[in-house]
Design a binder for this molecule. Sequence first.
Ligand SMILES: [Zn+2]
Length: 90
Amino acid sequence: MGVTHIPATFRHTCDGCGVSLDTSSKDRPKFWCSLILRRDAYDYHGCAVADGTREFLLCDVCADGAAAAVNAALASRRPALAQEGGRSDG
Ligand SMILES: [Zn+2]
């Protein structure tokens, strides 16, 4: 009999594509990202009744895709906002 040291392993799984990466650290893997959409959830009267925040852990490939999608979505809204008389910051 003896003692065998089995180091802890943390498995990180991408919420986008499902790829997994095992590391010895609990920290987010290098080049991965946390995408957080922080907002309230509302009832029919418009009262905030719950936390509607959604969090995603994304691998490097999905993080790049998500960042590009966010940039494209926001850029596509700017001309529409300008026509609506909305704010134009540049
Ligand atoms: Zn991914």
